[in-house]
Design a protein around this ligand. Structure first.
Ligand code: DX5
Ligand code: ZN
Length: 225
């Protein structure tokens, strides 16, 4: 695996919302692959974050794809709204989602990329029947809901198992991880087969600034190859 497979997806959850446009532009200039937008409803996860208007406001600010991570109950109700606002990909959790296949089809019919997300306790086997219909799999490496949590180390073998499943059945599907990614945890996850890394506090919360933080993550990636 080469370092070029390490794509960074800065999560704006840890950004300074008063300077959001500026911070996203900085991430783009520093080589971000996409912008990760965490939508929480205080129901599916115990926190409330942001929604459609932020996607709409960010659309003219960056050329990067806007990736929307839906941590909400009944995601189907909002898919069209997020697409209209400018989302390029929508990530939905498999947990508690009875009609996941329909949701994924709907996202793709709208011409957008569809991703499925696994919480830490959700088995890899949940992917089997849906893998053929998605563009991306996101493995949560923390329990969703908050930025700044510690990476759950036992997710590394899980990443490896998802990588094997993807390589066996759908080699084009992207494997992304989300939560607790920093210079210490990124190399092991990269070595296990993750290729896209969501990072919030390690990028927007970094004392040294967005650009230096992203460079540090890219440098760390060299240790995982
Ligand atoms: C957590 C979110 C993450 C969050 C990651 O529920 O899905 O995207 O922003 O934050 P860090 O990188 O600080 O763990
Ligand atoms: Zn996220």
């Amino acid at each position: 695996m080469t370092a070029s497979r390490c794509k960074l997806a800065p999560s704006i959850l840890s950004a300074d919302f008063a300077r959001l446009g500026e911070q996203v532009r900085e991430a783009e200039q520093a080589g971000a692959d996409r912008i990760h937008i965490d939508v929480m409803d205080g129901h599916f996860v115990p926190n409330i974050s942001i929604g459609v208007p932020i996607v709409h406001s960010l659309r003219p600010v960056t050329r990067l794809p806007l990736e929307v991570h839906l941590m909400i109950s009944e995601p189907d109700r909002y898919i069209e709204d997020f697409v209209r606002a400018g989302a390029d990909s929508l990530l939905v959790h498999v947990e508690g989602h009875v009609h996941l296949h329909r949701t994924v089809q709907r996202i793709r019919h709208l011409g957008k990329k569809a991703g499925v997300v696994l919480n830490p306790a959700t088995p890899v086997g949940m992917l089997e029947e849906i893998l053929g219909d998605v563009d991306l799999v996101l493995v949560m490496t923390v329990n969703p809901g908050f930025g700044g949590q510690a990476f759950i180390a036992s997710m590394v073998p899980k990443i490896r198992r998802v990588r094997e499943l993807i390589d066996r059945g759908r080699p084009g599907v992207e494997l992304e991880i989300d939560g607790g990614v920093d210079v210490a945890t990124l190399p092991g996850a990269l070595a296990a087969g993750a290729e896209v890394f969501v990072a919030g506090s390690a990028i927007f919360g970094a004392k040294e600034g967005v650009s230096a933080a992203m460079q540090a993550l890219q440098k760390a990636a060299l240790r995982g190859t």
